[in-house]
Design a protein. Sequence first.
Length: 296
Amino acid sequence: MTTPRPFGRALCAMITPFTDAGALDLDGAQRLADRLVTEGCDGLVLSGTTGESPTTTDAEKAALVTAVREAVGGRASVVAGVGTFDTRHTIELALAAEKAGADGLLVVSPYYSRPPQDALEAHFREVADASGLPLVLYDIPGRTGTRIEPDTLIRLAGHPRIVAVKDCSYDFLGAQKVLDRTELAYYAGCDEHNLALYAVGAAGYVSTVANVVPAQLRAVLDAFEAGDTPVAARLQQRATRLIEAMMSAGLPGTVTAKALLNALGLPAGPVRAPLRPADRETVDGLLAAYEQFMAS
C-alpha cells in the first residue's frame, strides 16, 4: 500500500518573522519560505505552535498565507493553522485561509475548554464541512489538554476532507493503530520521532527544527526511501543533540528556533509576549549544538 502524502514528506512548522518593532515581517517571511523550500521542504505549515498563532491577528494570519504563497508558488504546499478554542472562529479563519491561497488547514484540538470526544469530533466535522480544503488534525494534548483519541481519529478518517494528522501525542502504539485502520497521512510533530514514525508508514514530518536545518532533516527520509536504513538511523541520531537543545531545554521551540535563526542572520525577529527571547547563555548553547551538528 502506498503511503498517502497529501502535502509532501518534509514539512516545516515555519516561524512567523517579526520586525524589531514587533510587526509582521512579510518580506522576511517570503525570504525564509523561499530558503526553506529551496533547501528541501515540500511544504510549509504557517500559524501553528511554532508560528505563534495565539498572538497573531486574523488579518496577519491571512496576510502571511498570501505572502508565502506568492514566494513559493507551486513549489511547495502551504498549510494554514486555523485552530482556536471556538468553532465559529476556527471556521472564519478556515475560510480566510482558503481565500488567501492555502492548500490545506491545520486544526488543533480546542484548548482550555477540554471538550469530550463526541464534541471534539463534531468540532472537526463542522470545520471540515465549512471549506473546500483538506484538514490536518493537530493532536498535541500537552498544550491543549485534550487528546484526539485513536478511535476518534478512526471515525473522522471517513470524512472526505480530513486527510492527515500532525502527531504530538507521544503515543506510538496509538499512531500505529490509526495507520493500520485508516488512510490518514500521519506526520510526526516531534522531531525525535521523524524516522521512527516514517518507518511504520507515516507520511513524513512537520518539523520545528527544519527552520534551521531543512536539508539535513530531509536527508533522513531520503536515506530511508533509498533503502539505506543504517544511514537513515545515523543521520537521525546525529540530529539528537540539536533536537534536544531546541525542543527539550525548557523553552518553546518558537523561542529557540528564532534565537538560532537570528544568530545565523536569517529572518526571524523577536517573539511576542508572553514569550520572551532566549538569553545569551541559551543562544550560545544553541549555536554550539548547531555548529557541532553541521560539522559532524
